[in-house]
Ligand binder design. Structure first.
Ligand code: SF4
Ligand code: SF4
Length: 334
């Protein structure tokens, strides 16, 4: 993961501590979902199909912070739904930052500019703005006109106030290598965000649009072509070099779903953010009662096309720390 120096040092210390304690399974980052409601209805979304009584529920600050404390993860990505709809989202962020957790607040940015006052810039806090393409492509992806312009305005406003701003872009079959380059060039050079995350779309069973999810071969072809000519090194991508190699098909490895677990209104989701085979009340229970060997490509049909960050970035990070060559490469490219 190419991250700030402070975050890199903290992650290295955390990984060393897990090794000393001989802890075999531990979280690197938690996907925290304090609500499922959203103010958009994207065609590729697998999170907003819950019944109304679930969509109206909000996780309490105590429950959210308690879950992160119990598992001990150093990083938290707050998603949903749209977290800025949650009336106490600023308090959840404040308490996590106060505990020196690195917090990414994922948002579609519709409410972001209006709510900036409720947050404070911090080396432990970053916005993670959802931008799937340039204006026409993004608005088509989120099924509403004008959202791209709102997101761009919110990024400018946040940067002007000294916030760290990152972006999160999901690619589908109708994205060409040129489209990937155009959006990453825009985010890197024109919008000048601090870092960018990218992901091939995961084929959620409940998503209305089932036609445009990438398979493994298509993902390799897309990223290999998009990353050609050395551009990959120029972009400030928030991923380990090994995970980017994986997207390009230069290396292959298994999924480490326990490394980026998901905690929502229902509890700890088994096995990951993308699939739900039941829930556990604690991270400890999740670790001890999940058959982790049953998941991943070649083991579970639902994992066949998955190359998502939540499963494979932990594998890349753990492999990087075990190899001097990969560690040096990650330092050079961060
Ligand atoms: S913004 Fe995110 S949570 Fe909201 S509908 Fe779109 S993909 Fe789903
Ligand atoms: S491969 Fe891993 S991260 Fe992907 S859906 Fe399966 S369990 Fe989840």
């Amino acid at each position: 993961m190419s991250v700030s120096f402070r975050q890199s040092v903290r992650m290295a210390a955390y990984l060393a501590e897990q090794k000393l304690r001989r802890r075999e399974k531990f979280p690197l980052l938690v996907e925290l979902e304090p609500l499922f409601q959203c103010n958009l209805e994207c065609a590729g979304c697998g999170k907003i199909q819950h019944p109304d009584h679930v969509l109206h529920r909000r996780m309490s600050v105590e429950q959210a912070v308690g879950a992160i404390e119990e598992c001990g993860a150093p990083m938290v990505s707050i998603a949903g739904g749209e977290p800025l709809i949650h009336p106490e989202i600023d308090e959840i962020v404040r308490q996590l930052v106060g505990r020196k957790k690195f917090v990414y607040l994922c948002t579609n940015a519709i409410l972001m500019e209006r709510k900036l006052d409720r947050f404070e810039p911090s080396p432990y806090f970053a916005w993670a703005v959802h931008i799937d393409g340039l204006r026409e492509r993004h608005d088509e992806s989120v099924c509403r006109e004008g959202v791209f312009d709102k997101a761009v305005a919110a990024v400018h406003a946040a940067k002007a106030r000294g916030f760290r701003v990152t972006t999160n872009t999901t690619f589908f079959t109708h994205d060409s290598p040129e489209a990937v380059r155009r959006v990453l060039d825009f985010l890197n050079d024109e919008l000048e965000v601090d870092q960018m995350m990218i992901s091939p779309a995961y084929a959620y069973e409940k998503a209305p649009d089932q036609e445009h999810f990438l398979g493994v071969r298509q993902t390799h072809e897309l990223f290999r072509a998009a990353f050609a000519d050395g551009r990959r090194k120029r972009w400030r991508l928030n991923h380990s070099p090994l995970f980017l190699d994986f997207l390009e098909g230069k290396v292959d490895f298994g999924c480490t779903a326990w490394g980026i677990p998901s905690y929502s209104l229902f509890g700890w989701q088994r096995p990951c953010y993308l699939m739900s085979d039941g829930y556990a009340r604690t991270y400890k229970e999740l670790i001890e009662t999940t058959d982790w060997e049953a998941y991943g490509r070649g083991r579970d049909q639902r994992c066949e096309n998955c190359m998502a960050h939540c499963g494979y970035e932990p594998t890349a990070v753990l492999q990087t720390t075990r190899s001097l060559k990969q560690s040096l490469r990650a330092i050079v490219q961060s």
